[in-house]
Design a protein around this ligand. Structure first.
Ligand SMILES: Nc1ncnc2c1ncn2[C@@H]1O[C@H](COP(=O)(O)OP(=O)(O)OP(=O)(O)O)[C@@H](O)[C@H]1O
Length: 985
């Protein structure tokens, strides 16, 4: 007999069933462990799906925007309802194909495996199907993917029914759980999170991409008003993004139990990590009763991990970390997050002692969180190491090694442990490295790429020969005088289109080269020369000397702010006056020479501010400096920018690359240095030429004398008047020789007073230019005192030897100058220290004052130019116009000829020094010159003979001993006689 139910009964039963179901659903929500029940997953998944439905739109929009995954979009278009509306809810995971080498090929995110046992491949709709779908929450007994409930602390009651904290975490954090096969999840942690698996090209993102996408997603998330903090995964890119601080790691999903269909057994709670093939291997060893240590090589991630363990201790001797056994399990579990490390367990403790199946403890979560921190990103950089090769400077990163090995030009340096490649492989390698999101590799600077553009395209490593410049348009006198290396300098300049930094060592003739380069561009003149004020007139002289085709009237030295700049063909101006000039007028110059360009090293100075716009506007920029940077690369920045404004438009870029720039509480510190070899290569290729004296010594004379015409405009009115009066008197003539001599000495004395300021200024400029050791000779106490005072004021180490220095002390002073680095200047009396001492540690001698006896001068020069001197010696004679120098200088030259002929001077003075034909245009001057000649020839004969005799004796002495002679061989008696003669003031 069949028992048939009435309609009413059926309705009531159905109502009760519904109520029961509802109660059960409530119970399930309250008791997460109940989710193990078959229906639990469904309930949960349904809720999740509903919750996430709003998000789907955003995700789709993102893809539309990206133009990516069109196939997926197409499928969605065909089934607009998708599983959310049209199908029973299910949590689905993606099922990528497995690539031969074991790394799974990421499949179309639309294709996945449903956790409820439905293979979503057969279902075209995949709105929640990508690997990181928030719908990965449900399970049943068949699909072997279960949401465990053994960690109730992960539940968050305020979540909608069916949500636990794990689910929420998955949803709220765009984590990176990837299913690598239908049965296994692969959580491939890389340096900063998840390894890129599958098709790198389409899926890997660099952190910059990620950041921007993350920002937009965060924005979208914050706009969600569904009452939950859940967000969703946005597809492949999102799944692959690196971890960021504050996220829950995919390990959270370790709460999910993943079963392996292939193995047939469930691995409860396991998150299987794919270790890279050449993972770093280490082992745990017993350290003490309650501690263990880890013996392993360097791995940045591992160290980050170690640092999260409370009981950590680093032993600097063994360079190993050890821990309390209490932390053992946590460590071993967390190590599973690191694909690049494997650790052998402690002896006697099997894997079962720290079951992989156990869910992550809070410590482990903390550790994994720490792994997500940006510090876990492995940072490195590409650095140029030669004209044709670059190096990738990163720590150990197994994946990138694989990429390196794909490049045929690779080279591994065992010493530095760095890989280098030909520049032509740069692009390829950069692309490969970009695919590792855990890696941040700073590229080569734009300036390097620009400069070595040809090397990026070809394999040739030969430097391109600099073509010979066609110099027929330049005065032949100049061209014929160029030494071979100077000619090369000019060729370089022309090949760089007249924009360069000529950084030859001091005394190698930068002036002649600069004049030649400027003359090559003569059609673009007027020419502007900016120089320290102490050498402005020397520039006028040099231009007059080397370019005789220029009318001397066309060369003007600007001495006051009122002078008309640009009125002449050649304009010479000091840095200081440049600041006072009209900016528009300054900017009109197309050819500019900057002498001692390191004067511009500080961009905050007025001189730099005045010069930079001028240099940027000019077509040809010729910077001259023997010491472009004296202490740090930051000093080069303005000079580089002056020549190539496009190289480093931002100081910070330059600072970060080459100055090891650091952010300090007070601002940026650019005082360091970094990548200097690259900087050198860049500069030499693009804009700088530098030869050292040693490089071209064979082309240089043993001594190079230079006349430096010092500017006298700073002379005070009283001195000027006194000098003029003296000259006027002398022009009248004298009744007797005594009067003549007295007048001359007075004139000489006043000359010293007039020159002292310029001489000091010149010495200061030399120091500022980086001259490390040099001699300064002067005759008058006034000048010696002024020089010493200034050195003292500037805290420059010096020695002083004059008539008052006891003989015994001279030796010590000389030793000090010779061997102490701090002792930079030797201030010497022309008559008291011109012989018997050796100061060959210097290779420059400056004569602040002239002297009528060339024998004295040559002897003075030879304090440096003597045995022990390996360099070419530079001699600078400071000559002041309108003073006694006008007469002394030609007289000296004439006498020098005689000494040269007598073999007493190694070099012929007149051949190596510059022309002096600007003297004696006025007949009165001729009268005075005759007076000088007459007086000093007659009265000086005796003295000259005595000096020459002593010089000969000294030379004999030197040739016998061939050793350093630092004793004063002049007898005190003779010396006094000579001193008396010359020091009558
Ligand atoms: N080719 C040349 N022919 C003749 N004299 C030369 C030549 N080259 C350089 N000199 C002389 O050598 C001396 C040094 O030259 P210059 O002053 O140009 O050197 P520099 O490189 O500018 O040195 P610093 O950096 O000290 O200023 C000068 O007297 C100059 O006239």
């Amino acid at each position: 007999m069949s028992l048939s139910l009435t309609e009413e009964q059926k309705r009531r039963i159905e109502e009760n069933r519904q109520r029961a179901l509802a109660r059960r659903a409530e119970r399930l929500a309250a008791k997460p462990q109940d989710m193990k029940q078959p229906n639990g997953g469904q309930v949960l998944a349904k809720t999740a799906n509903q919750t996430c439905s709003n998000r789907l739109e955003g995700w789709q929009q993102q893809y539309v925007k990206q133009g990516n995954r069109s196939e997926f979009l197409h499928q969605n278009t065909h089934n607009p309802t998708g599983p959310i509306q049209g199908k029973p809810p299910s949590a689905e995971v993606q099922q990528p194909t497995v690539r031969p080498h074991g790394i799974p090929q990421r499949s179309n995110p639309a294709v996945g495996t449903s956790l409820d046992g439905h293979n979503s491949r057969s279902e075209p709709v995949g709105s929640m199907q990508n690997s990181s779908s928030p719908c990965f929450v449900g399970s049943d007994s068949h699909n072997k993917v279960q949401q465990t409930s053994s960690h109730p602390e992960f539940l968050q009651p305020s979540y909608p029914s069916g949500f636990n904290k794990v689910t929420a975490a998955m949803l709220s954090d765009s984590n990176t759980l990837e299913q690598t096969s239908s049965t296994e999840f692969m959580l491939s942690l890389n340096k900063n999170g998840i390894e890129c698996v599958g098709n790198e090209e389409s899926q890997c993102v660099n952190s910059a991409d990620w950041e921007s996408s993350c920002n937009s997603e965060m924005k979208r998330d914050s706009e969600t008003k569904n009452g939950t903090n859940v967000s969703h995964f946005y597809g492949a890119k999102q799944a692959l993004k690196p971890f960021a601080a504050g996220e829950n790691v995919a390990l959270t999903d370790g709460k999910a139990q993943v079963s392996s269909a292939s193995s047939g057994g469930a691995l409860s709670g396991t998150v299987l990590l794919k270790k890279v093939p050449n993972a770093l291997k280490g082992k745990c060893m017993k350290h003490s009763e309650d501690r263990f240590r880890v013996e392993v090589g360097y791995n940045a991630e591992l160290i980050s991990l170690f640092k999260t363990l409370p009981s950590r201790n680093y032993d600097p001797v063994s360079k190993m970390w050890n821990f309390n056994l209490e932390d053992y399990n946590d460590l071993m579990q967390a190590v599973q997050c690191l694909p690049s490390v494997t650790l052998q367990p402690l002896e006697g403790m099997d894997a079962k002692d720290f079951p992989q199946a156990s869910l992550p403890s809070s410590t482990m979560l903390l550790m994994c969180k720490n792994l997500q921190k940006p510090s876990a990103i492995l940072r490195g950089r590409c650095v140029l190491v030669s004209r044709s090769r670059f190096e990738v400077d990163i720590g150990y990163h197994p994946d990138s090694i694989g990429a390196f090995k794909q490049i045929s030009s690779r080279n591994y340096d065992m010493k530095t442990r760095k890989w280098s490649f030909l520049l032509e492989d740069y692009q390829r390698l950069s692309e490969a490295l970009r695919s590792f999101p855990s890696l941040q590799v700073e590229p080569l600077p734009k300036a390097v790429v620009q400069t070595f553009a040809s090397q990026f395209e070809k394999t040739s490593t030969d430097p391109v020969d600099v073509p010979e410049a066609e110099l027929s348009r330049v005065d032949s006198k100049l061209v014929n005088s160029l030494m071979p290396f100077q000619r090369e300098g000019v060729n370089f300049a022309v090949s760089r289109e007249g924009r360069l930094l000529l950084a030859d060592d001091m005394g190698l003739g930068k002036t002649i080269q600069a004049i030649c380069i400027a003359a090559y561009y003569r059609k673009e003149w007027p020419l502007l020369v900016v120089a320290p004020s102490s050498v402005r007139f020397s520039w006028a002289e040099a231009i007059h000397r080397w370019l005789p085709s220029i009318d001397p009237d066309g060369i003007s030295v600007i001495v006051t702010g009122k002078d008309n700049l640009s009125a002449s063909l050649v304009n010479i101006i000091s840095f200081d006056l440049l600041c006072k000039m009209d900016k528009q007028m300054i900017a009109s110059f197309k050819v500019v020479i900057i002498d001692e360009s390191h004067f511009l090293k500080n961009m905050k100075t007025a001189r730099c501010k005045a010069a930079m716009p001028l240099l940027k506007a000019a077509r040809r920029v010729i910077l001259l400096s023997g010491t472009p940077a004296m202490s740090r690369p930051s000093e080069l920045y303005t000079q580089i920018t002056a020549v190539r404004p496009s190289f480093f438009p931002r100081y910070q870029d330059f600072g970060l690359r080459y100055c090891n720039a650091k952010k300090m509480p007070w601002g940026w510190d650019y005082s360091g240095s970094d990548n200097l070899n690259e900087l050198k290569l860049l500069l030499e290729e693009s804009l700088m030429i530098r030869r050292l004296k040693a490089d071209v010594l064979s082309q240089l004379p043993a001594k190079q004398r230079k006349m430096v015409v010092v500017a006298m405009e700073g002379m005070n009115a009283k001195t000027r008047a006194a000098l003029a009066a003296s000259a006027k008197e002398m022009a009248k003539g004298y009744k007797n020789k005594q009067q003549e001599k007295e007048a001359l000495l007075l004139f000489y004395n006043r000359t010293a007073e007039a020159k002292v300021r310029c001489a000091v200024e010149y010495i200061v400029d030399l120091l500022e230019s980086g001259r490390e050791k040099f001699l300064v000779f002067a005759h008058h106490k006034l000048v010696l005192d002024a020089v010493c005072e200034e050195l003292k004021r500037k805290e420059v180490g010096y020695i002083r030897i004059d008539g008052s220095t006891p003989s015994a002390e001279r030796q010590n002073l000389c030793q000090k100058f010779q061997f102490s680095e701090k002792c930079q200047v030797a201030v010497l009396s022309l008559t008291a220290a011109n012989m018997g001492i050796t100061l060959s540690a210097a290779d420059l001698v400056v004569f602040a004052e002239l002297f009528w006896n060339p024998g004295v001068l040559i002897q003075a020069e030879d304090r440096v130019h003597r045995i022990g001197q390996s360099s070419s010696v530079n001699i600078h004679y400071l000559v002041a116009k309108g003073t006694a120098d006008d007469y002394l200088w030609p007289m000296i030259q004439e006498k020098m000829k005689v000494l040269g002929q007598a073999g007493l001077s190694e070099t012929n003075f007149s051949q190596t020094t510059e022309s002096t034909d600007f003297f004696y245009k006025d007949p009165k001057q001729k009268t005075i010159y005759d007076l000088f000649q007459r007086s000093f020839s007659k009265d000086g004969d005796e003295v000259d003979e005595a000096l020459l005799l002593e010089a000969c004796q000294e030379m004999e002495q030197e040739s016998i001993t061939l050793s350093v002679d630092s004793t004063d061989s002049t007898s005190p008696c003779k010396k006094r006689r000579i001193d008396d003669f010359f020091s009558k003031q």
